[in-house]
Design a protein around this ligand. Structure first.
Ligand SMILES: [Mn+2]
Length: 456
């Protein structure tokens, strides 16, 4: 076998509209709309810098099947750059950009190979000497919804010693949160004889198996709070003995993340504001040159719990911080086409919303020593939590009456020990807020989880 290297990306979702985000200034929205293209430009740049032999893209290149001409032209620009460096592209279509979509008709240049609606195989060569190095098999979605197990169509070429790569857009082992298109099992892929499964469709980066490699690179740019953390592609380097080494290459220009901020020990609104500003600085410094869209979860216990409960105070505070941050951004003189310039300077942090998960201040030790119903309850919870069998027993007994209902029973069977422990903790919390002397019994408030302000 001969050594070679390639890039594996998927789910580019070019021209994602970022609609439904309230309160985002137009200029920032412009940068968000640009972000999928900016990540694509990075992909092209990395391919050229790493001098890969080819690029593999496993579906959902466009976000919508009636994708804009703008998206098609930007894509073409990227392909042309790769063409200038002699780097071919192999791609399949996914559920967002199936072959049936009428508008995706710009002719592809010769170095971009698009697989058709039936599994087929092509041979890829090493650029330096034109030696064949890999067999690539792929299938494009003919229509948006594909329910067949496409993986079964992939056949290793008999007698071929070349490295086999399968491009597949689909859901392996019924991953949640994504349509069950082209469903297959990890076992199907392992049994196929392929060396590397270049998957797309699931937007979360995940390596399902290392022998053979079964890899979701995730999407190249996060697009909502459901797609948090750094996004990019894999550089795959295959050695002469057919072993592959993967390295993640970050491509995203906008980072979505969840950040937790504790109110422990914070006594005043002023102190909370300072703590928020510090967090903003930390987030900005952690991601220079990027836009960070953060949702804050307020956690912990403290005197501010009661004040924050309604959410109005927090919303106002965040609004003020957004205003200041955006003024900073405007002062930097950046416009919607300045993602690259933004890449040179400081980042910007936009607070995309918040969650309230704080709890009332409680003298736990005091309650534990108390001769009261609450004290007794806390002692029971403490004793129980020390041993996981006891937690199981307590929760199972407490919930036994619910299991008459078939649906509830199924839900309960799915509870793992951690979830049961959490139930005990929450029950303790609930009882505390209902029984604690500060809280009138008439208005019990469960551990609060309120969301507000912005995208999800
Ligand atoms: Mn997708």
């Amino acid at each position: 076998m001969k050594a070679f290297r390639f890039l594996h990306a998927a789910d580019l979702h070019l021209d994602t509209p970022f609609s439904g985000m309230s309160g985002v200034p137009d200029r920032l929205r412009g940068l968000l709309r640009e972000s999928t293209f900016a990540a694509f430009d990075q992909l092209i740049k990395v391919a050229i810098e790493e001098a890969v032999d080819f690029v593999v893209i496993s579906g959902d290149i466009y976000d919508a099947s009636d994708s804009s001409l703008r998206a098609q032209l930007r894509l073409r620009e990227g392909w042309d750059k790769l063409g200038e460096h002699g780097i071919p592209v192999y791609l399949i279509r996914g559920n967002h950009d199936p072959l049936s979509s009428r508008r995706l008709r710009l002719a592809l240049p010769g170095h971009v190979y698009e697989f058709g609606s039936q599994a087929e195989s092509v041979t890829a060569v090493r650029r330096s000497d034109g030696e064949p190095v890999a067999v690539l098999t792929g299938v494009s979605y003919p229509t948006p919804a594909v329910h067949d197990n496409l993986a079964l169509q992939y056949r290793r070429e008999p007698g071929s010693a070349l490295y086999h790569i399968g491009l597949l857009h689909g859901n392996v082992d019924g991953q949640e949160g994504h349509d069950a298109y082209a469903p297959c099992s990890l076992r199907d892929l392992q049994a196929s004889g392929y060396d590397y499964w270049a998957l797309g469709h699931i937007h979360k980066r995940e390596i399902l198996c290392e022998s053979p490699w079964v890899v979701y690179p995730g999407n190249i740019q996060g697009r909502s709070l459901k797609e948090t953390g750094p996004k990019g592609c894999y550089l795959v380097e295959v050695t002469e003995n057919g072993e592959a080494e993967l390295s993640f290459r970050r491509l995203d220009q906008v980072l979505w993340l969840e950040s937790r901020l504790t109110i422990d020990g914070i006594a005043t609104e002023e102190a909370l504001k300072m703590s928020l500003e510090e967090r903003l600085d930390e987030l900005r410094e952690a991601e220079p040159g990027r836009i960070t869209l953060a949702r804050l979860s307020f956690i912990g216990r403290g005197p501010l719990h009661g004040l924050l409960q309604s959410g109005a105070e927090v919303a106002e505070l965040l609004q003020e911080l957004r205003r200041k941050e955006f003024a900073r951004f405007e002062a930097a003189g950046l416009g919607s086409s300045d993602v690259e310039r933004l890449g040179l300077g400081e980042g910007i942090v936009w607070l995309a919303g918040f969650k309230l998960e704080t709890r009332m201040e409680l003298d736990r030790e005091g309650v534990l020593a108390e001769d009261s119903f609450l004290g007794e309850l806390f002692r029971l919870a403490k004793r129980t939590s020390a041993a996981s069998e006891q937690v199981e027993e307590l929760v199972d007994t407490a919930l036994a009456s619910l299991s008459d209902n078939r649906q509830l029973r199924r839900l309960l069977q799915g509870l793992n020990p951690e979830a049961k422990q959490e139930l005990v903790r929450r029950a303790e919390e609930l009882a505390a807020s209902m029984l604690h002397e500060d809280t009138p019994l008439s208005s019990p408030s469960p551990p609060s989880l309120r969301e507000g302000g912005g995208a999800s």
